[in-house]
Design a protein around this ligand. Structure first.
Ligand SMILES: *Cc1c(COP(=O)(O)O)cnc(C)c1O
Length: 356
């Protein structure tokens, strides 16, 4: 049976990415060797790294003066690398979910943290507005898409200080004005590649302004200087990331991806809003994520949630169980998910509703 993959991460990848990765595991770039067993310093792998960096720059229109890094350690490693490299005295953070809170916890190890606003009071179901970013902060950090709670900031906020964003779960789903940012980072396993690599886009002249000593591996300058080859990079996820980047370019770039993503999300939110059995957990449409759609059953039907997951499973729908801190359902609609899968989910919701 055809599967419809709504997992939040690791998550669906294009067939192009999976097929080319499988091929390269058997024979990489006509070397007669697997990509798993080739030196990262071989000319064949260097070409992969170079093209992957160039395509990130091309797709996101990264201006001069920025470096694109492919690092290990996950997005969670960036929660400490950012303050290690940028926080001298004080940083400002927006608390919009668990990942933002984890980033805040790490930053506190390095200096004062001003949490400018939080939506914790309503279990992170909205994006706080009207907060003030202090002009004496070293930077302002926010999470563009809150994977667990289904809220998203689909814009580049104005900031009087350096801007840092965790774009793990919505990078490549819209054009970004990179020139507004000093650091953008994204774990690859949501919208790009298998787990194991994190993309970091860093403004070169944002580095070197903190007083502390930084361990070599955690110093962005190490990886800028060595082109992400200071140590052995995660070669397989980088190879897969390159396939996805080629695929994104082939499709027409981030504007085209954005349109597809907006269409998919609009279809699903419409179905949820017009149903008597389901309701969205994020009520303000402006705050709703187009990547992770969170919804629950209304009070009257609450007891049927488990049954719906089984019902949907019989139609090949996987990964729609909501995160334990929200409950209900979460349908992740990353770039590689086709509209067809959204239609299958909507039909399952309708048929289940008719049945009860
Ligand atoms: C998944 C996720 C993370 C954590 O990524 P790891 O690679 O597991 O460390 C951080 N931030 C956001 C927004 C995420 O979705």
């Amino acid at each position: 049976m055809k599967k419809h993959n709504f997992y939040a991460g690791p998550s669906i990848l294009s067939q192009y990415t999976i097929k080319n990765t499988a091929d390269a595991i058997l024979n990489f770039a006509d070397t007669g060797l697997s990509v798993l067993e080739v030196s990262h310093r071989s000319k064949e792998f260097q070409a992969v790294m170079d093209e992957a960096q160039a395509l990130v720059k091309e797709l996101l229109e990264v201006p001069e003066g920025y470096s694109v890094l492919f690092l290990g350690g996950g997005a969670s490693m960036q929660f400490c690398m950012v303050p290690y490299n940028l926080l001298n005295r004080k940083a400002a953070y927006l608390e919009t979910g668990t990942w933002a809170a984890n980033a805040i916890k790490e930053a506190r190890l390095f200096g004062e943290v001003d949490v400018v606003a939080s939506s914790r009071d309503a279990n992170f179901t909205y994006i706080p507005k009207g907060y003030v970013i202090p002009s004496d902060a070293d930077y302002f950090h926010f999470t563009t898409n809150n994977t667990i709670y289904g809220t998203e900031m689909r814009y580049d906020p104005e900031s009087p200080v350096r801007l840092v964003a965790d774009m793990s779960s919505d990078i490549f789903s819209r054009p970004v004005d990179v020139s507004k940012y000093d650091v953008i980072y994204a774990g690859a396993q949501k919208n790009l590649a298998p787990a194991g690599v994190t993309i970091v886009i860093v403004r070169d002249d944002a580095l070197g302004h903190v007083d502390r000593a930084i361990p070599t591996m955690l110093d962005y300058r190490t990886h800028v200087k060595k082109g992400s080859m200071f140590n052995t990079p995660p070669v397989l996820p980088i190879f897969s990331a390159l396939q996805t980047l080629r695929y994104y370019k082939e499709l027409g770039g981030v504007k085209v991806l954005e349109k597809m993503d907006l269409d998919k999300a609009a279809r699903l939110y419409d179905a949820i809003d017009s149903s008597r059995m389901f309701e969205g957990t994020v009520t303000d449409p402006a705050d709703r994520s187009i990547m992770n759609v969170c919804f629950v059953m209304t009070a009257e039907y609450k007891a049927l949630e488990k049954e719906f997951i089984d019902f949907a499973g019989e139609r090949g729908i996987v990964g729609i169980k909501g995160h334990r801190s929200v409950g209900g359902f979460r349908a992740s609609l990353y770039n590689a998910l086709p509209m067809e899968s959204v239609e299958v989910l909507i039909q399952a919701m309708k048929d289940f509703e008719a049945k009860h």
